[in-house]
Design a protein around this ligand. Structure first.
Ligand code: ADP
Length: 312
């Protein structure tokens, strides 16, 4: 549904987007994840025909965003970071106005009713936009993007500035759009992608640094298995014994503890489960094994790994 190939954007000699390529399949929710300044908004503005790219191509539903922008605009609903709401209008009259601009004809009232319903704006339909809470304003922004039932939705940081309850509501709303719409959602917040997206593109300094499912990304980056074990016994001896087990790559003892049980993080090759061997070694030495479990690398570890400079 969306195909981006070798897209670049240069502002005043500086590359904000640098040769990025990715695809979004029909009905998918793609998370566009990256720190502030990574180039997310720039890419979204190009996809929504707000500005041209410097190089590369982008197609939406088979139409080129530069050469067939009218066709593309018809098929896209866009929620910018700051939606262009008219603060003096009521929710319903604003949505009716947007529906008119988007070319809705006889069924305008029904369409407005539908998005009001979908976005939970029923009790706010006659309220003045300027007096609504940030959460409700965001729902109005989403409602205007949904008018005319676009195949593709581009949502720029849709939950920014909302409180936890509002975030939960907006995320559920977006999740419910999968299958009937193709969605790209930008965010700099990690849990957002694991909660709402089927696939993630991580972008940093204008470049794509990873592309996978949220779970696949964690696996892909992992490279090693990690096991945490807590043992009551002499720490240096325990370390030596663990190191002698075949397949162990490294052992780290938890810092800053003198007496009592110690926790160790044992790293081994991927797809090797050393838990039985560890348990045997500890038991045969007569030490007490208090805890033994695999520790996975979180998406957060992966993200930090991918987007942090060595010098930082
Ligand atoms: P993100 O949405 O990931 O925070 P942006 O796409 O807004 O990133 O910005 C990417 C880079 O391009 C940043 O360094 C930003 O300062 C720069 N930039 C964005 N818009 C403009 C503009 N209109 N003129 C010049 N530089 C810009």
């Amino acid at each position: 549904m969306i195909e981006v190939e070798h897209l670049s954007k240069v502002y005043n000699g500086r590359k904000a987007v640098d040769d990025i390529s990715f695809k979004v399949e029909k009905g998918e929710i793609l998370g566009f994840l990256g720190p502030n300044g990574a180039g997310k908004t720039t890419t979204m503005r190009i996809l929504t025909c707000f500005m041209p790219a410097t190089e590369g191509t982008a197609r939406v539903a088979g139409y080129d965003v530069f050469e067939e922008s009218l066709e593309v605009r018809k098929r896209i609903g866009y929620l910018p970071e700051n939606p262009p709401l008219y603060p003096e209008m009521s929710v319903e009259s604003y949505l009716d106005f947007v529906a008119k601009i988007k070319g809705a004809k006889s069924n305008r009232k029904a369409q407005v009713g539908e998005v009001v319903e979908k976005c939970g704006l029923g009790d706010a339909r006659s309220r003045i936009i300027g007096r609504l809470s940030k959460g409700y304003k965001q729902r109005v922004g989403l409602a205007q993007a949904l008018l005319n039932n676009p195949e593709v939705l581009i949502l720029d940081e849709p939950t920014i500035g909302l409180d936890p309850n509002q975030i939960h509501e907006v995320r559920s709303l977006i999740k419910g759009l999968a299958y009937s719409h193709t969605v790209i959602l930008s965010t700099h917040i990690l849990p957002e992608v694991s909660m709402t997206c089927s696939r993630v593109v991580i972008i940093n300094k204008g470049k794509v640094v990873a592309m996978n499912t949220p779970e696949g990304l964690a696996d892909q980056m992992k490279g090693t298995e990690r096991i945490s074990l807590t043992v009551d016994g002499p720490p240096d001896e325990i370390c030596e014994k663990i190191k002698s087990i075949d397949g162990v790559l490294s052992v780290q003892k938890e810092e800053g503890k003198s007496g009592g049980p110690h926790t160790f993080i044992v790293e081994s090759k991927l797809n090797s489960d050393l838990r039985p061997a560890l348990a045997t070694v500890v038991a045969s030495a007569g030490w007490k094994l208090l805890d033994l479990r695999g520790v996975s690398m979180s998406l957060e570890d992966v993200f930090i790994n991918l987007t942090t400079n060595e010098q930082e």
